[in-house]
Design a protein around this ligand. Sequence first.
Ligand code: 5GP
Length: 177
Amino acid sequence: MQLPPTLLSEEQVSNRVTQIAEEIDALYADTEMLVLIGVLKGSFIFLADLARKLTIPHRVEFIAVSSYGAKESEHADPVRLIMDVRHGIDGQDVLLVEDIVDTGHTLAYLKRLFEAHAPASLRTCTLLHKPDRTEREVDLDFLGFTIPDVWVVGYGLDYAERHRTLPYIGQLPPDMR
Ligand code: 5GP
């Protein structure tokens, strides 16, 4: 199988994830229990690595979202929740963990949704961000890398379910789609 060219190497990603974990450890040093909420499927590898590098007490939840199709584009938000957290988050410190922020719609929707559950705090963490694609501004409290407007795969990210478990972040050229 032809492999996509590297945008960010395994070592670059690993080093940056270590730094983000240190930033999170520092900010939440006094937190009793940080709730990490990973957005499936794309964040599962990032969250697994990040969580194992944290030294503060934390627990892990996963949620899943799906995009509305074009026919439903009259919805204000082109995103909906298809799997919710198992345990309540009210009064808790919550960190939403995303693989990539593209237009910003997903994270904007999730922030609004979880704010309604009255957490003690709600912050966001994303490994990748494509600022050129922004349609909705969302505060990114922890950010791995800013990348150009290219389709990336690997480290949890897929293209039609392919390349998700590549150990690095690759850039998928149009002729490989
Ligand atoms: P947003 O709502 O910010 O436009 O989109 C976020 C979602 O779009 C991500 O969670 C991811 O599923 C998908 N996405 C956006 N850009 C890429 C990309 O370059 N590669 C992959 N694999 N998914 C992407």
